[in-house]
Design a binder for this molecule. Sequence first.
Ligand code: GLU
Length: 267
Amino acid sequence: MNYLDNVKRVVVKVGTSTLTYESGSLNIRTIEKLVKVLSDLKNRGLEIVLVSSGAVGVGMGKVGFSKKPDELDKKQALAAIGQCELMNFYDSLFSHYGHTVAQLLLTKDVISDGNRYKNAKSTLENLFAMSAVPIINENDPISTEQLEFGDNDTLSAYVAELVGADLLIILTDIDGLYDKNPRKYSDAKIIDTVYKIDEKIEKCAGGEGSNRGTGGMITKIHAAKIATDAGADMIIASGKNPYILYEIFDGEKKGTLFVSEFKGEKK
Ligand code: GLU
């Protein structure tokens, strides 16, 4: 018996710095491992949703930009280019393992508009019934808020709420939440379990993310608040080797676990 034995529905979020190289080219080894382990977890009986960033980063790689442009409309165009490349790759890899993928591009109003919320929810329920793997990103080309203020950490937490997930796993370029910034302090230690997200925890999350993705640690803490309030536990762990998901589901403690006090009382 391990602490994830009762988990059935899982949202996994992967960031741009995990999916791509600095150049924006796809990190094929990492994505192949990710798809393999997700396919296997699905075979084990879990319901999986993948929230994947990388559209802008992959678009940059495709058109040969070495730096993310500042202009919103350029980022939106890059997202439109990169999203195709990403989905094409996911589709062929998941098909290889016998799974069907579905693309959902969401905008923030899905959360505030009751009708859209209901539509997204029932589409996702139908996809689970069809045993498909929903792959979700923000609809960046038409979503100005997201590229200006938002990030996929927040999106993944809302998705966890939307599907009533038991667990959200954010795979990123850092091993978990440290008690101080590990990029500055060599004696920084990982906090393995967080029961309450208070000011002290928020302070630990100071600092920036990488320059290709959008969120840093603070957006992950906000995501943890949304997810745990909605009844889902959340784990932040390193996405360097996606096989870490096997270890997590075999019951090993990896990264930082945020425990939901509302578990079992989903919104
Ligand atoms: N939606 C953006 C993309 O696919 C990523 C946002 C983020 O990095 O959180 O490029």
